[in-house]
Design a protein around this ligand. Structure first.
Ligand code: MF3
Ligand code: CO
Length: 260
């Protein structure tokens, strides 16, 4: 099978934008709702309800991503503290003050998908965690600025990795962003770590739509997979943060579609 990068027309980008708007709205409700004492399953329930209200479908529920043979059994990925990504919501996983809670969510409307993630600090978090959050947010912001036609994929990777270095945190290996539109995961893979870029670089072109998703940890680039088959944790148990936007590369420059 030949792998290619989809290029989307203005009209199609508007359709992706509709899905992205739902994602942004749902995540904004979630951000305001997270409180100590809630379980990650409670958050999952809020996500499902808010998605339904807006006439959209959760993109991840029962979705088989290209990197797994198993369908994902929830609407949201909720990763707490040392969990980096793909955290499975659980009734017995209870959130407490000082936690970092990442909520990663995708929605589909009329056959087009949007994908975004936020990390929420629960109450007061320690200074290291604050720095980690700031670094990850800043990396996403800088990476978005580089999503310009004529730039290279490596410009995005460089923006992300160098921001991690500047803040003294670590860009996790193996996980990253992706093309998105008709499918949740399309080409190209958008690494967070220079080591994952490999030899071949890609020139960014008008009409490309990519999810950029820096994932940083306080202590290591390395991760391990959990016994549940989904949840990915830092190898050293240090906390991680994750922010993601769906971004269109257009004539007018980068457009963040997952902002309200
Ligand atoms: N934003 C996450 C990613 O791109 C979504 C994972 S989808 C899942 O990896 F189904 F695998 F959870
Ligand atoms: Co994604």
């Amino acid at each position: 099978m030949k792998k290619g990068i989809e290029l989307y027309s203005f009209k199609e980008i508007e359709k992706i934008r509709a899905a992205c708007r739902v994602v942004a709205e749902v995540l904004s409700v979630v951000a305001k709702s997270i409180k100590p004492g809630m379980s990650t399953w409670d958050i999952e329930m809020i996500v499902r309800e808010e998605t339904k209200k807006r006439g959209a479908k959760p993109a991840f529920l029962n979705y088989k991503p290209p990197f797994s043979n198993v369908r994902y059994p929830a609407a949201a990925c909720i990763s707490v503290n040392d969990e980096v990504v793909h955290g499975l919501p659980k009734k017995d996983k209870v959130i407490k003050e000082g936690d970092l809670v990442s909520v990663d969510f995708g929605a589909i409307i009329n056959g087009y998908a949007g994908d975004s993630a936020i990390t929420v600090a629960v109450g007061e978090v320690d200074p290291d965690r604050k720095r980690l959050l700031e670094a990850t947010k800043k990396a996403l912001e800088r990476a978005v600025e580089r999503a310009v036609a004529g730039n290279w994929l490596s410009d995005i990777v460089e923006a992300i990795h160098s921001t991690a270095e500047e803040y003294g945190v670590y860009p996790v290996l193996k996980y990253g962003g992706h093309g998105i539109g008709k499918k949740v995961h399309e080409e190209p893979f958008v690494p967070n770590n220079r080591k994952d870029l490999g030899k071949k670089d890609i020139k960014l072109r008008q009409g490309m739509v990519i999810a950029i998703e820096p994932m940083f940890s306080l202590g290591t680039e390395e991760t391990v997979s959990d016994g549940d088959g989904w949840t990915v944790r830092t190898k050293d148990g240090s906390p991680a943060a994750h922010f993601e936007h769906t971004v269109a590369v257009t004539k007018q420059g980068p457009i963040v579609l997952t902002e309200i």
